[in-house]
Ligand binder design. Sequence first.
Ligand code: NAI
Length: 330
Amino acid sequence: AKEAVRVLVTGAAGQIGYALVPMIARGVMLGPEQPVVLHMLDIPPAAEALNGVKMELVDAAFPLLRGILATIDVVEACTGVNIAVMVGGFPRKEGMERKDVMSKNVSIYKAQAAALEKHAAPNCKVLIVANPANTNALILKEFAPSIPTRNISCLTRLDHNRALGQIAERLNVHVSDVKNVIIWGNHSSTQYPDVNHASILTKDGEKPVRGLIADDKWLNSEFITTVQQRGAAIIKARKLSSALSAASAACDHIHDWVLGTRQGTWVSMGVYSDGSYGVPAGLIYSFPVTCEKGEWSIVQGLKIDEFSRTKLDATANELAEEKSLAYSCL
Ligand code: NAI
């Protein structure tokens, strides 16, 4: 029998946590053959709710779920974990300055970095979901120097999936027949959803999205802003932020990272920039990546036109600015 994989979910009593833990326990993240042990962390005010989630996981009788730890102790939560999905964070509240929110999250991610570095399993893979996701990931990287940089990532797969969804709706095709959109940059409204390399699988083979959607105006403006503003549109409609789609995207991210991307297909992940595509090294930036044997690599050699160049730079500038704000909070 396969050994269980230990998966940490922080902020597990929150909205995304509530959608995410049953997906992990059903094998959505690591496959239907892979037993899991869930480590769930939250903070004292949410301890009772977290225990309620644990009770429901017991009641769901998931065959793949081999153990459940629900705790408010960060060291206990991090001990021996193979995968860490960091959903816990401090949300922006009305009247709060950006710097105050940043400062709270910097101190959370600094502390959790130290706990992961000391207590996680070797080669633990880390995904940061909590906002500001890219910058939280950067702080975690800085304060967990012994965790390989290639093991630290942030979630832009939700934006990637939103882009696939918009194209599928527009062309009235199956979303699974759309591939190779790209989310560049920050998980924020400056992100650049790029369809220049995307294609659709048709009965006559693969066709570029640019060829099938003749309306450049839609592709160059409405499509981009719809994806950028989708999070806000969900909040407006639900009075709560995206949770099921965020949880599903977190599963897709880890699934593809661990088990590999399909031949000829890439996905978007926020990873540490090595300077590819002229993105300054030292930022956590979303790139197109392929994954094989548990390692991601940035897709190289894509043509970047002038329109795209401006957008790649704008979101890089925002990340550089967030980085200095974060450092000023240390
Ligand atoms: P939520 O407020 O429902 O849940 C957050 C949970 O984190 C709460 O239970 C809270 O008690 C807990 N928490 C706070 N500080 C913690 C700490 N130091 N350690 C452990 N747990 C802690 O929020 P929701 O809707 O689940 O969203 C979580 C985060 O994910 C937010 O930062 C949100 O902005 C972000 N997000 C990111 C997305 C992405 O695509 N990257 C998409 C959607 C949300």
